[in-house]
Design a binder for this molecule. Structure first.
Ligand SMILES: Cc1ncc(COP(=O)(O)O)c(C=O)c1O
Length: 328
């Protein structure tokens, strides 16, 4: 970026042109954006903007959630809406719409995108009106929906597994960890630190030496005695993928691939000795972790439980009973 000697004062047309130029220099996979502030949907990424004084922008007073769009259907939206409404309450954010209206806007924005595969992320903000901390007098909460291409991970994660490191950044305090607010600084720093050190992602450990979660995904294990073990959800985000997989995994228990399914505190030493370690989340689905710090997990290769859980999730996303049709 170059700064010219004279800084122009721009007209509205100039601003639009410059936003369009920005998007030409930096193409993005954003297909449709709803804004309650605009009262409508836009499909030109240059127009997907917020007022700078929105408190979600300058104070992080906002929440969000993301649901998957698979084969023209929205997957598990009700679970994501449950968590969204819980996060709103914990963040003292007012809702501009009812749950039914929010669902309707999410579905209609998805239809306007014309896309059948991708992700749908939606946010609630406390709104614009001041640069204070508490919501501005007369501010209206903002609701936004973005239909986009989704997060991408290297194919290597699927074929060979991922490598994680114990982050040096402290885990979020419980109330912040269980709330899906836009404050992701610890998560961002953890992922950057891991990549700089040659790993794929980081893992938070809590003050008692129990495993927490990764940057935007949960972690789980297959113990030495063949149980699927997941950390308790009181100090990490209740991942919709994890919650669903804990239900779907009962099939593997019935088939004998798993001995038990447990949600409990997991000491690091026990976790490191597990047969398999898994990453689970809406964007990553299920991926094996084959290395944690300088130690291989199991035989250092993706394991059978990870493969089976991935398949169960894939089937659920394509033909299960948690799909909403998009009226394109
Ligand atoms: C911190 C954190 N943990 C876990 C998850 C996994 O949640 P989900 O399965 O709902 O994508 C996410 C993603 O939303 C996250 O941001």
């Amino acid at each position: 970026m170059t700064v010219s000697h004279t800084i122009p004062v721009l007209t509205a047309d100039d601003v639009l042109t410059r936003f369009e130029q920005l998007r030409t220099r930096q193409p993005v996979n954003y297909f449709a954006f709803y804004s309650s502030q605009l009262g409508g949907i836009v499909t030109d990424p240059a127009l997907m903007v917020l007022p700078f004084d929105d408190h979600m922008v300058h104070r992080g007073h906002g929440i969000f959630d993301t649901a998957g769009l698979v084969n023209g259907k929205i997957y598990d939206l009700e679970a994501h809406l449950d968590r969204f409404l819980l996060s709103a309450e914990r963040s003292k954010l007012r809702l501009p719409f009812s749950r039914e209206e929010i669902r309707d806007i999410v579905v209609k924005t998805t239809a306007a995108s014309g896309k059948r595969e991708g992700s749908i992320r939606y946010w609630l903000s406390s709104g614009p009106g001041s640069l204070e901390l508490t919501p501005a007098a007369g501010s209206e909460p903002g609701f936004f929906v973005m239909v986009f291409g989704g997060l991408a991970y290297p194919d290597r994660w699927t074929t060979h597994g991922a490598k994680v490191m114990t982050t040096t950044y402290p885990i979020k305090a419980r109330i912040y960890a269980i709330t899906k607010a836009t404050n992701y600084l610890p998560n961002v720093l953890m992922q950057m630190e891991a990549k700089e050190a040659g790993f794929d992602n980081g893992v938070f450990i809590d003050a008692n030496g129990h495993v927490g979660e990764s940057s935007n995904m949960n972690v789980a294990f297959v113990s030495r005695d063949g149980a699927l073990v997941h950390p308790r959800f009181d100090h990490i985000l209740a991942g919709c993928t994890s919650l669903r997989l804990l239900e779907l995994a009962t099939v593997l228990r019935d088939q004998g691939l798993l001995k038990a399914i447990e949600v409990r505190d997991i000491p690091v030493a026990e976790a490191r000795a597990s047969r398999e370690m898994l990453l689970m989340g809406s964007s990553v689905k299920v991926v094996s972790i084959v290395q944690w710090d300088d130690q291989l997990i199991g035989d250092g290769k993706p394991g059978p439980v990870a493969r089976a859980l991935f398949q169960l999730l894939e089937d659920d996303m394509r033909s299960g009973d948690r799909l909403i049709d998009v009226p394109y």
